[in-house]
Design a protein around this ligand. Structure first.
Ligand SMILES: [Cu+2]
Length: 487
């Protein structure tokens, strides 16, 4: 057990909202045989940690502080053209504004909460200090009419996204999410760039977002019957013939897996959740779990081409679905191209190979419960309290899925490399914060905690599973505080 100084195991008072959420997840009766109750709230010195992180966030030489105002509120939005739906979102749009900055900039985001319930903003994939992670372990949720300023340095280029880490199965479902793009100095040269945020929603007979349909959706994860790209159903994408575009694709849906295809055409994968890959990978499809991102170069196409942007059948343990169309790509008149995608995008040094011994096993499990139907577990616990890790120490985790459903594993605040899937090395190296762990499979990941101590977490990114307990908290401790020394 860690003996680091933060008051992680002392009693604390949950805000009423958090207590309510944990009721829904059946939190009173879970067993914590050896770890004591997992804490669900920020550490006692949260304000000091926040003040330190705020002050430490200074732009690199020649870089700027990028300031963004976000307001979370309710408004009418046409997910389906001509049909007003009460949505929740940022700045009166679904998705929220695309936030853009450069590596070395500081991002300062002032959030005003005009919702009728508390919220937070989590910066998915960004290596921020623990106090800026936007979870209910990093801060007290922002109450209605409250506000909060997030401020942090941007160390990595890539396609990230932001969303609440409070009551997520409701808040994300209603439209609270947006993309965050961080650009590096040496990006592929393309003719155009688009952000495509994929989502799904179920609208009831009144055109409103349907209430969750009980235990079945909680077990399976909620998939809507209306597919959305950037908050709209069935959009058309126009592209000049001859052009090559970079598409930054985000899967913001609660539970839907997207096996992205462009009518079988070849496209080039440029990046994953943790930024560019080493070299473009030619593919005809790519799988995005909830929470995942991919950057692809599409085109060139010929004038008159009409291609469905669709999801191919995928079985995440619930049977195969039909091919599902998200959008239509229409190719117009030829235009000159200046696109140039290098053969080599960057170097990603391997931090471990498949022969290294795992330091930890993370087991996804499930257990029937008389009232709730099914609990989703990590190492036999809902809301597992995992052992601390030390800054700088190589982590090799075997993530083992002992259930009959796929689960996307998401690690907050740190990138990992997949080094093995069921005894096989991956075809190419990448940085990830989210990886699919198929039913019955084992995925070995490696990562090294850099110097950002504090409370962190990992969880299944199917939002209903996360809410139902498939998550774990752990502390990253500074290297000078040995995990078992008596501080
Ligand atoms: Cu799951």
């Amino acid at each position: 057990m860690s003996t680091h100084p933060a008051a992680h195991h002392e009693p604390y008072h949950e805000p009423p909202h958090a207590a309510h959420l944990h009721d829904a997840a059946g939190h009173h009766d879970h067993p914590h045989a050896s770890h004591g109750p997992a804490m669900h709230g920020p550490p006692a010195d949260v304000l000091a940690r926040y003040a330190r992180a705020y002050a430490d966030a200074q732009p690199a030489p020649g870089h700027a502080v990028v300031r963004v105002d976000l307001e979370a509120h309710e408004f009418d939005w046409e997910f389906v053209a001509g049909r007003a739906t009460r949505a929740w979102g940022y700045n009166a749009q679904v998705p929220g504004p695309v936030i853009e900055a450069r590596v070395g900039d500081v991002l300062e985001i002032h959030l005003v909460n005009s919702l009728s319930e508390p919220t937070t903003v989590h910066w998915h994939g960004l290596r921020v200090p623990a106090a800026m992670d936007g979870t209910d372990m990093a801060q007290h949720p922002i109450p209605p009419d409250g506000s909060f300023t997030y401020r942090f340095l941007l160390p990595d280029a890539g396609t990230f996204w932001y969303h609440p880490h409070s009551n997520e199965t409701i808040q994300l479902e209603h439209g609270l999410y947006g993309a965050l793009i961080v650009r590096g100095d040496d990006e592929p040269l393309v003719d155009g760039e688009r952000v495509l945020i994929l989502d799904d929603v179920t609208l009831n007979a009144d055109g409103q977002i349907a209430a969750p349909a009980g235990w079945r959706e909680r077990i399976e994860g909620r998939e809507g019957d209306t597919l959305l790209v950037n908050g709209r159903s069935g959009p058309e994408i126009m592209l000049p013939a001859g052009h090559v575009e970079r598409w930054r694709v985000v899967n913001a849906s609660s539970a839907r897996y997207v096996r992205l295809s462009l009518d079988g055409r070849t496209f080039r994968m440029l990046g994953t959740g943790g930024g560019l890959v080493e070299a473009p990978v030619s593919v005809t499809e790519v799988l995005l779990t909830p929470g995942d991102r991919v950057d692809v170069a599409v085109g060139p196409f010929a004038e008159g081409d009409v291609l469905p942007v669709e999801s191919l059948p995928y079985d995440r343990g619930l049977g195969l679905k039909p091919t599902e169309p998200f959008a239509t790509l229409r190719v117009g008149v030829e235009a000159p191209s200046r696109a140039h995608v290098h053969e080599r995008l960057r170097d990603i040094p391997a931090i471990a190979d498949g022969s290294v011994r795992p330091t930890r096993v993370v087991r996804f499990g499930e257990r029937t419960h008389t009232e709730r139907g099914l609990d989703f577990l990590i190492n036999d616990e809902v809301h597992h309290r995992a052992e601390p890790v030390t800054v700088g120490s190589l982590q090799v985790w075997d993530v083992v899925n002992e259930t009959t459903l796929d689960h996307p594993f998401h690690l907050h605040g740190f990138f990992f490399q997949v080094i093995e899937r069921d005894d096989r090395s991956p075809a190419f190296r990448s940085w990830q914060d989210t990886v699919n762990v198929p039913a019955g499979a084992r995925v070995r990941i490696a990562w090294i905690p850099d110097d950002r101590p504090g409370e962190w977490m990992y969880h299944c990114h199917i939002l209903e599973h996360h809410e139902a307990g498939m998550m774990a908290h752990f502390v990253v401790v500074p290297a000078h505080e040995m995990v078992s020394s008596g501080a």
